[in-house]
Every structure is written in C-alpha cells, then in structure tokens.
Unconditional design. Structure first.
Length: 208
C-alpha cells in the first residue's frame, strides 16, 4: 500500500489576518481615489424629489434657483434695499397646495424674525434679500432655500440641515443672504412669502 502524503500545511492564522487587512486597505484606497465623488444617490429621497418636481410643475409652479450665503455680519439695510419693501407678518407653515405637492416637507425654521428686501428691481436683474430666522437648536443651520413661483406669487422655503461633526452654531438666530434672477419675470408687481414653521413674512416688489 502506498504511503499517504501528509496533508498540506495551512497558513498560520496571523497571515490570514494580514492578508485581509491588506485587501481592505487597498480596496479602500482604490474606492476613495477612483470612486465617484459628490453627493451619493439616495433612491427614496432623489425619486421623491423628482416626483415632487413633476407635481409642482403640473400645478403651475416654476422652481427658481437661489444663491445662499451666511454673512459674517448682517448687511446694512440702506445698502441692500435703498427703497425697502413693507414687510408684514403672516401665518406659519406651507400653503395647502404646496404641502400636498412636496414629497418631503422641508424642515422650516421655527420663525422668520426679520426681512430686508427691496421694493423695486430692474427687469432681468438679481433680486437680493436678507432675513433672520430662529434655529431649533445649536446643531443645525440653514443649508438650502427652495423658491417656487406660480404666476406672480413667490414662496421661499428655507430648510435646516445638521452641522457635521461636533461643531455648533454660535447662536440659534441665523442671518441669511439670498438672491435669485428675475430674468423670466415680466414687468409688474409680485408677492413673496418667506415661510417659517410658526410665523412667516410677506411683502411685495415691482419688476420695472
């Protein structure tokens, strides 16, 4: 009877662990270096946004891009709006039609506490405004403003996001500078509602 060959020796456990660690390291490097950069695809959220955009368009709303800044110091009212609009208080929350159209209700600030905005603007110019609002806590800050227009009505919907890491806001009061183009606006008078959770602000301006 031929002699049996001894079974092959298995690798020591430590070499298996080393191989796994090396594989994970190389994979992570390649993933970060060559992988797609930017915001990841979030199926539920992204598809919900597309559906909401379609519903808003079906109801006659046009979405207008907004540039957003958080100035270190509030801009002087006279510089921002030499002829200021008359700002009035309004009920908080979203109009019923808008709320039903949006797939995900934006996390509105609790209250809009102040607005500085011009009463008049030249056609095809940039309309700029500054507003203050109350944050729910020190771990959030305004990170987006949605602007939708229906005929001569405009609705500004600021929303909060979490501050990454362990950073905290200096105050619960946020000062926001926002601007948008009036390129698609025909001459005439427009009304604006800046929406907050409990209280909102409204005003009118004229495109010349």
């Amino acid at each position: 009877m031929p002699a049996r060959r001894p079974p092959p020796k298995s690798l020591p456990l430590r070499w298996v662990v080393v191989a796994i660690v090396l594989f994970i390291g190389v994979y992570t490097f390649l993933r970060l270096h060559y992988g797609k950069r930017g915001k990841p695809f979030e199926p539920y959220h992204d598809l919900g946004e597309r559906a909401a955009a379609q519903r808003l368009a079906g109801l006659g709303y046009q979405r207008i891009p907004v540039d957003l800044e958080r100035p270190a110091e509030p801009l002087a009212a006279a510089r921002l709006a030499p002829v200021p609009a008359e700002i009035i208080g309004a009920f908080g929350g979203l109009p019923t039609e808008l709320e039903s159209a949006l797939a995900i209700r934006p996390p509105l600030p609790a209250a809009i506490t102040g607005v500085t905005a011009p009463r008049e603007i030249a056609a095809a110019a940039t309309y700029a405004l500054q507003f203050t609002c109350a944050q729910p806590d020190y771990r959030t800050q305004i990170d987006a403003v949605l602007l939708v227009r229906k005929d001569r009505q405009l609705f500004l919907l600021p929303s909060f996001g979490r501050i990454p890491g362990q950073l905290l806001a200096r105050s619960k009061e946020s000062v926001i500078f926002a601007s948008f183009s009036t390129q698609s606006f025909s001459p005439g008078r427009y009304s604006v509602t800046l929406c907050g959770g409990r209280t909102s602000k409204s005003w009118e301006f004229t495109v010349k």
